[in-house]
Design a protein around this ligand. Sequence first.
Ligand SMILES: [Zn+2]
Length: 275
Amino acid sequence: MFDLFPPQAGVHRMPPAAEARSERREPRVEPRAVPRAGEIVFERSSRARNYRLTLRRDGTAVATIPLRGSEREALRFVEQHREWLERARERQKRRPRAAEVWTVGTHVLWRGELTEIRVASAPAELATLPLPEAFGAAPAPAKPQVCLAADVFRVPRFDGDLRPTLEAHFLRRAKIELPARTWELAAVTGVEVKQVTVRNQRSRWGSCSANGTISLNWRLVQTPEFVRDYIIHHELMHLREMNHSDRFWARVEEVCPGWREAEAWIKRNGALVGL
Ligand SMILES: [Zn+2]
């Protein structure tokens, strides 16, 4: 978390695991599975100086071949590091992960809790069924809805992947809630903010620029409030100290004494927001 970043821009990076994503964009050399080796993909990289073995979130092991390297050498390298790979796979299994596809019954992180997606209203075709007296005379809403704890969201239908729809809802909520909270905390801490934007950052929780713009990841509506507030405080304090110096952390400590717990939460649960 204690990243290096250019002096002009305060950047709060995700835990290192999230960085693996960027490697997916590297040019690939005929990805193929190797018998016995499990799912191993070979990738040639002009930037790599050595053979490298990494385990992606999806469980795929990636063997990176340096510019002048060969697949045969890479395979030998994989063989030498088989034990490491197995341990890494075990660790990965134990880590809490976000479900890829969201359906009714899936638990997703919402407001800091793993919350089950539940049906909030009857599907249209069931609405015509006679209901017992106790249910009252109110007709069921025509549009299907799901709920996460007390929050209700419309969905086009109950079957299929609900994730794109729900994430779009989360983004809309974030665009209302996160700037509001930022302005609030800016007022409390006396930091001058010019603009707050909410974005779909793939590897950052937040960032800020010297001109006073703070950008926040919409996924902060999924995290607990103390984590959301910490990230906002972190970026606010960057507007005073554009670095991660002791002075910066002293400022964070002053306005957000619980920041260490928030960092620990992020480290443990970052993967639950699918990053
Ligand atoms: Zn930072």
